[in-house]
Design a protein around this ligand. Structure first.
Ligand code: SF4
Length: 325
């Protein structure tokens, strides 16, 4: 009964309380199925049977000065990933066209590093975004680290619609996973991007040692920032990183997180991103029933996703409709 009462508030797009969110996150046993049921009702109310899929291209990889403990791209860790400088515009356009053909409605151009250099790399990225805008129908999105307002404006002028910039975890827990920049640095980038009119895609990574309270606090921070899309990543431990020995979350725990985010952010696009194969395992198709309305398809930055055909078949088998516009 209590779950339904909280769900009624989300169904009316009223904010649920932090205490109620904590209650939901701590549900165990058979009641988790009630949690999923109501999260699904909220998803259906705001999104019906439509789901979205996006792809990403790793446009610059490795050699990052930062020390995010979950990331294989930090130069401080010996992870053996392939490293490369910013790839050519034509290569980005080709990947965007392929993603469009598979059903993705956006392509995220992602560069490693604290930021992008204001001169050479920014100009090249702007050219790539323009090429995607004129040469395909897929929406160009991007993730370029910490940005100044001037840089964000340049990206808008060349046609960028949405910036991805994950907050990763709560402000309290952030220093445990990164010592080279702050949570506030990340929030500032979101604020300057909003000021210049970019849509914001910002989310989290779970299974990095955070507490239940950190998950809730991050969800409310994202709600207060009024971000447009919330990608939820689950740790895929990479050998050589400080979190290499972390045990992936149990699938039901990962699904519970998805559901509680749906209760807190009822009308926002909740996208399941990296690590779903490792953490959800055979329960991947449950992510929509748990409240997600969007997913990443294809490979991630330095880890492989499952076959795109399998994801498209999963969506079809669930009688969900892939929204390509
Ligand atoms: S998450 Fe981004 S900033 Fe942090 S180490 Fe990886 S590439 Fe660098």
């Amino acid at each position: 009964m209590k779950i339904k009462n909280i769900a009624d508030q989300s169904l009316q797009n009223q904010s649920i309380s932090r205490d109620d969110a904590l209650f939901l996150m701590r549900i165990n046993g058979d009641e988790v199925y009630d949690l999923f049921y109501w999260a699904n009702q909220i998803r259906l109310k705001y999104f019906g049977h439509h789901v979205k899929a996006c792809s990403i291209v790793s446009a610059k990889q490795g050699r990052c000065t930062e020390d995010c403990s979950f990331c294989s791209q930090s130069s401080r860790y010996h992870t053996g990933i392939e490293e490369f400088p910013l790839i050519d515009t034509n290569r980005i356009l080709d990947i965007a066209k392929c993603a469009e053909q598979t059903g993705a409605n956006s392509i995220g151009i992602v560069t490693s590093g604290y930021s992008i250099s204001k001169s050479a790399d920014l100009d090249k990225i702007c050219r790539a975004i323009k090429a995607v805008v004129t040469g395909s129908c897929i929406h160009p999105h991007g993730s370029f680290g910490i940005l100044t307002k001037e840089m964000a404006l340049s990206l808008v002028k060349c046609g960028l619609k949405r910036l991805n910039h994950n907050l990763e975890t709560s402000e309290r827990f952030f220093p445990n996973i990164c010592s080279t920049h702050t949570f506030r640095d990340r929030v500032n980038t979101i604020c300057v991007a909003k000021e210049v009119g970019l849509e914001i895609c910002s989310g989290a990574i779970f299974g990095i040692g955070e507490a239940v309270e950190d998950r809730i606090d991050l969800a409310f921070t994202l709600k207060n920032l009024d971000v447009d899309v919330v990608p939820l990543n689950f740790l895929h431990p990479v050998s050589g990183t400080p979190l290499e020995s972390s045990i992936p979350l149990p699938p039901m725990e990962a699904l519970k997180i998805i559901s509680v985010f749906r209760f807190i952010l009822p009308d926002k696009e909740i996208k399941i991103a990296g690590g779903r194969e490792k953490n959800l395992r055979d329960l991947q198709s449950w992510m929509f029933y748990a409240g997600a309305n969007s997913t990443m398809i294809g490979n991630y930055l330095t880890t492989t996703g499952r076959k795109i055909e399998d994801d498209l078949e999963m969506i079809k088998d669930l009688h969900l409709e892939l929204q390509t516009s």
